[in-house]
Design a binder for this molecule. Structure first.
Ligand code: BDR
Ligand code: CA
Length: 309
């Protein structure tokens, strides 16, 4: 099986992505490294531990990472995911605690353990991955594939007009990561919007599932209501789509490879991903950008994650 390391800031859509990874028989999740982002690190760590417990996956080690972006503090997304990141349902804390090792050190160590095979999926701000690169700049040599949920490739952002949340939260980290990997896969906010899940279908699937689905139904209710109010019939699961691309890249029906960087300055542009669509910079193509994914396959993976055939 393919070793999968997930850097994540759960987060309701992170949780769906994690369940998708747990359900996949071709991959083995070797660890969760936890970022701050959707909410503070205390909550994202607690949420990761709780999700593992509910899913019966206490065998997966959880490593706490950076509590803040590399340089500048940034607002979280508690308005979308709930103040605790899991819909404020008041769940009982998991019995297990996180490992003592820091997430950035775990990323470096696991890249040695699974050298040349490890798939690293980043579903949150890239702070931990950037720090891992500073600890060991040879990291990309041992990563078989990096898949990132982040960016808005034609600047239709979800947190500012131009920027997507994960990149906006820690633009310096994204700049470091995007500059360090010669090739990486990107599933951005605009692909997310193009691959919505109809709210009625999601409700139907969640009702048909077992205990894990019931837990997910509770923690996702607030964010689904928020989304229905603001964005209409479809729910946009950014991290779910990124995980589909990570687990089953053959489901990608259309991609584009281009140079890509991040704007670090400017009141309007900070955190925007700048894709050199017309290859004007002469810089090498780095990002394989997901444009279209097999929707039926995506939905099948989501159903599988919550235990519905
Ligand atoms: C991303 O930001 C977070 O709110 C989600 O978990 C996802 O990773 C979407 O912009
Ligand atoms: Ca996330």
């Amino acid at each position: 099986s393919i070793p999968l390391l997930i850097d994540t800031d759960p987060g309701v859509d992170d949780a769906l992505a994690l369940l998708m990874a747990f359900a996949d028989t071709r991959h083995e999740v070797v660890g969760l490294t936890i970022a701050a982002g959707n909410v503070g690190l205390r909550h994202t760590v607690a949420n990761a531990l709780k999700l593992c417990e509910v899913a019966g996956r206490n065998d997966i080690p959880v490593y706490a990472g950076c509590a803040a972006p590399l340089l500048h503090p940034s607002p979280d997304a508690g308005n979308v995911h709930g103040l605790d990141g899991f819909g404020d349902v008041g769940y009982a804390a998991a019995a297990r605690a996180a490992e003592a090792e820091h997430a950035a050190q775990a990323i470096v160590r696991l890249s040695h353990v699974h050298a040349g095979k490890l798939v690293l999926v980043a579903l949150g701000p890239l702070t931990n991955v950037a720090l891992a690169l500073k600890l060991d700049p040879t990291l990309p040599e041992r990563i078989a594939r990096l898949v990132v949920m982040g960016g808005a490739v034609t600047c239709h952002g979800n947190i500012t007009p131009a920027a997507e949340f994960n990149v906006y939260f820690d633009p310096e980290a994204a700049h470091i990561v995007f500059g360090a990997f010669d090739h990486f896969d990107l599933s951005d906010w605009e692909a997310t919007v193009a691959h919505g899940l109809h709210h009625d279908s999601v409700v139907e699937w969640l009702r048909a599932g077992g205990d894990v689905a019931a837990f997910y139904e509770r923690i996702s209710r607030k964010t689904r209501e928020w989304s229905a109010d603001r964005r209409g019939d479809h729910w946009h699961s950014a991290d779910g789509l990124a995980m589909a691309f990570a687990l089953h890249p053959e489901g990608a029906l259309e991609t584009a490879e281009r140079p890509l960087d991040v704007a670090l300055e400017g009141p309007h542009s900070r955190g925007a991903t700048l894709v050199d669509w017309q290859r004007q910079t002469g810089r090498p193509d780095r990002a394989r950008i997901l444009l279209r994914y097999d929707q039926a396959r995506f939905e099948q993976l989501v159903r599988g994650a919550i235990g519905v055939a």
